[in-house]
Ligand binder design. Structure first.
Ligand SMILES: N[C@@H](CCC(=O)N[C@@H](CS)C(=O)NCC(=O)O)C(=O)O
Length: 208
């Protein structure tokens, strides 16, 4: 089997998405810490010019961008079990992942989680106006996912897919904030989904 090295801090949502696929497939890997709260080293920027995490090294070859990493891992260590065979359901999986990346991550993590969890932990005061402005954006993104989701019990039916792994780490941070109730007030499927997937052993192992 190939040798896998994953770069990134354990607290990163996107790193957790990749780690879930590795955990679900019992794939051994090294996790190398990257401090995302200070400047990236030249060595790291040579692997990932955008300085983002995660980056995966496969036998010394570098891969970055979470969607590309998890699609690769699903093929080589997952046998494709996390990607639906049906073209429309597969498209819905990619659609949910794109919604997370394009419309959910920035207001949910970049604003609400940072303002509610990180800023106070460092002795600062949350920017209430920024949080207020982020709430409708998060609500809209979650409601768009709700409209696509099947939710019995996973986002796209009876089998867990890469879309679940993409959304779960973001939901975990939202669930630690007082904004959770407001942003999920119109998403009953997502509420039930979260009660189930948040107890999944692979998720608990990468978020411990
Ligand atoms: N498009 C990238 C986004 C990754 C991303 O935004 N990662 C965050 C952590 S969850 C990060 O690197 N933040 C540090 C920064 O923006 O400087 C991907 O899909 O991998």
């Amino acid at each position: 089997m190939a040798t896998f090295t994953l770069y990134g801090p354990a607290l990163s949502t996107y790193v957790r998405t990749v780690r879930m696929v590795l955990a679900e497939t019992n794939t051994p890997y090294d996790l190398k810490a990257v401090d995302i709260f200070s400047d990236r080293s030249a060595e790291y920027l040579a692997k990932n010019p955008f300085g983002k995490v995660p980056t995966l090294e496969v036998d010394g070859e570098t891969l970055y961008e979470t969607c590309a990493i998890v699609a690769y891992l699903d093929e080589v260590v997952g046998n494709g079990v996390f990607t639906p065979a049906d073209p429309m359901i597969r498209a819905h999986m990619r659609q949910i992942m794109a919604i997370v990346d394009s419309y959910l991550y920035a207001p949910a993590i970049g604003t609400i989680a940072i303002q509610r969890l990180i800023v106070p932990s460092q002795g600062g005061q949350s920017d209430e106006a920024a949080v207020r402005a982020a709430v409708p954006k998060v609500k809209m993104a979650l409601e768009a996912i709700e409209a696509i989701a099947i939710g019995t019990p996973y986002l796209l039916g009876t089998t867990i897919t890469l879309a679940d792994f993409h959304l779960m780490p973001v939901m975990l941070y939202l669930s630690k904030t007082p904004e959770l109730a407001a942003v999920t007030s119109q998403t009953p499927k997502l509420k039930t989904w979260w009660e189930t997937v948040s107890q999944r052993p692979s998720f608990l192992s990468v978020t411990a």
